[in-house]
Ligand binder design. Structure first.
Ligand code: FO1
Length: 328
């Protein structure tokens, strides 16, 4: 197992990769890991380019993450965001911590000096040393916006608002009719993304949000085709356990696109490579063992194993199960 490529969103994907790196080290595998990260959550805020999922992966693997939140820095303060609010600027419900601001300032400085997002990400990772190569899914902006069904606050029915406003201000509790990836038509996969899938010995879809994280990456031109073409086995890990989204509000997202909030529903949504989908294998939690027949009938190798990522060791065990099923 020389090259492993993981498509990741925020918290779930970052924690899975941390466990994978732990498992590879513990078992003496000398694999190179590439993480293709969702940039659909990216947003211009206070004049800065904020890349939530790239930062969550970078901080989690680099040891700077606020562990309980799963985003932002440990030991954070909010003096500057309070000052910005005093000017009546910014989003009072989405604040940038003082330490986190340095990342956005340096990234924005690099982008304004002509760096691509890939180059800026590589620069930031020189400090954080994540132990894996981080690639944005695209160097062009592809922001996820949601279309409101009804009036809410200063917004009218039919308006598009940024995903982060829906996710953080409204906690995904206002109904939306669709997800729109603003910029997708003129976006291309970032350098190395398609090759990292085609040249991999294993590709993993970790338990990230299947709609607004992995779905966003899969929509980038060339990515889905690379997954269907690669000689590597493609193994996914269910983000739904016992009918509940493990984290975040994946259930609201799945409902919006008409996919059942279940381990089988998401696995079948990704589909088997034999039938034009992207999966060879799919791991579900032990409580969802009843879904195995439906998955295998659809041409997806499946196994039921403990999927709760309680800590690094349990996550490493899940990574070990991914490695194991990829070899079957
Ligand atoms: N999430 C919140 O719930 N409240 C916040 O104020 C907030 C600020 C924030 C700043 C930078 C950043 O990278 C992430 C931040 N997040 C915040 C989390 C963010 O919504 C998530 O990281 C993903 O975008 C959604 O999973």
């Amino acid at each position: 197992m020389k090259k492993i490529t993981v498509l990741a969103g925020g918290v779930g994907g970052a924690r899975f990769v941390r466990g994978l790196l732990h498992e590879l080290t513990a078992t003496g595998h000398d694999a190179d890991v590439t993480v293709v990260v969702n940039t659909g959550d990216d947003v211009w805020l206070d004049g800065l380019r904020v890349c939530p999922d790239l930062d969550t992966v970078m901080y989690t693997l680099g040891g700077g993450i606020h562990e309980d939140q799963g985003w932002g820095r440990t030991g954070e303060s909010r003096r500057t965001s309070a000052e910005i609010a005093a000017y009546g600027r910014g989003w009072p419900w989405f604040t940038l911590g003082d330490l986190d601001l340095a990342t956005h300032i340096v990234r924005t400085d690099l982008l304004r000096s002509g760096s691509t997002l890939s180059e800026a990400t590589a620069f930031l990772c020189r400090r954080w040393q994540p132990g894996a190569r981080l690639l944005p899914m695209s160097d062009q902006p592809v922001e996820t916006h949601v279309r409101l069904v009804a009036d809410v606050d200063e917004h009218a029915a039919g308006d598009l608002i940024h995903f982060e406003e829906w996710w953080v201000r409204y906690r995904a509790h206002v109904e939306v009719s669709e997800f729109v990836q603003v910029g997708l038509a003129s976006a291309t996969a970032a350098p190395g993304v398609v090759d990292s899938i085609l040249e991999a010995d294993l590709v993993v879809l970790p338990p990230s949000n299947p709609v607004v994280s992995l779905g966003t990456i899969l929509a980038v031109p060339g990515v889905r085709e690379a997954l269907q073409t690669t000689a590597a086995p493609v193994v996914g890990v269910s983000p739904i356990i016992g009918g509940q989204a493990v984290r975040g509000m994946a259930g609201h997202c799945l409902q919006t696109i008409g996919v059942a909030t279940s381990a089988a529903g998401v696995g079948l949504h990704y589909g088997s490579r034999a039938s034009g989908g992207v999966l060879d294998a799919w791991l579900v939690d032990e409580t969802d063992a009843a879904s195995l027949p439906a998955l295998t009938a659809a041409g997806i190798r499946a196994a039921a194993v403990p999927l709760w990522m309680h800590d690094v060791p349990t996550t490493a065990s899940i990574a070990a199960e991914v490695l194991a099923i990829s070899l079957r």
